[in-house]
Design a binder for this molecule. Structure first.
Ligand code: URA
Length: 241
């Protein structure tokens, strides 16, 4: 247990300010021993320096640094997921503010649409993209033809691609020519190759969820910063791994 420190800001106030919960909720979190400061369980009344102390809630380290940003973009088709393109095609980083400099978290193909994160937090990028953390990504694939039950079963169980067998996936039919596919690997063109392998080429692909993040109202080409609650839920998702 850490003792209350005379200096700094009250922990429950810091948690409220960065959006973890209401003051009351935060007091409960602290009383239940779910909050740690610099690795030690905090007590009610503890004072912290949000710029230098490492604060964890349920094992997830909070991002309190003011210069860390994380944007959620609804990537339109025809925009490339790189920081710069020698061929001069529009890039995802051109859509968001150019300072501080951010990088895409993983990749969506040129023609793939949907949710993409951009951040300057290298640690978060690593945890979100490294396969060992197994962050789920959900896609809506519009395919040619109506996939049979057996095709859907194959997609679920694993498909032998030229770079190896895919891990089990969650797959459900959406209408006649749609599939909702949730994977936790990030191989190149994976969803397109999986669908192609069962005889149903993808004609349109939209990423609809990244771990806990969804946003059905964000328009193609629009972006917004993540809320602290969303950042916290992402941190939780990667800290469980
Ligand atoms: N799978 C694909 O095939 N393409 C993407 O852009 C993302 C996942």
């Amino acid at each position: 247990m850490i003792d209350p420190e005379p200096d700094g800001e009250r922990l429950q106030k810091v948690l409220a300010r960065i959006g973890v919960g209401s003051r009351r909720t935060n007091e409960i979190l602290i009383a239940e021993g779910r909050v740690r400061v610099n690795g030690k369980v905090a007590i009610l009344g503890a004072r912290v320096d949000p710029d230098s102390d490492e604060i964890e809630v349920d094992g997830a380290i909070l991002t309190t640094l003011p210069d860390v940003v994380c944007y959620l973009l609804n990537k339109p088709a025809g925009v490339i997921t790189t920081a710069s393109d020698p061929q001069g095609r529009p890039t995802v980083v051109e859509i968001v503010p150019d300072s501080p400099r951010v990088f895409p978290v993983g990749r969506l193909d040129l023609e793939t649409e949907g949710l993409l994160l951009l951040t300057n937090d290298g640690g978060l990028t690593h945890r979100l993209t490294h396969p060992s953390f197994g962050i789920e990504k959900e896609y809506l694939a519009h395919v040619i033809g109506k996939p049979s039950r057996s095709a859907i079963r194959q997609l679920r169980e694993g498909i032998e691609l030229d770079d190896g067998l895919t891990a089990p996936a969650t797959v459900a039919a959406v209408g006649d020519e749609g599939l909702k596919i949730t994977i936790h690997e990030g191989r190149n063109r994976q969803v397109r190759r999986m669908c192609e392998a069962v005889g149903h080429p993808v004609v349109r692909l939209v990423r609809t969820r990244i771990g806990p993040l969804v946003d059905t109202r964000l328009q193609p080409g629009s972006w917004r910063p993540l809320t602290q609650e969303e950042l916290l839920s992402l941190q939780r998702a990667v800290s469980r791994a």
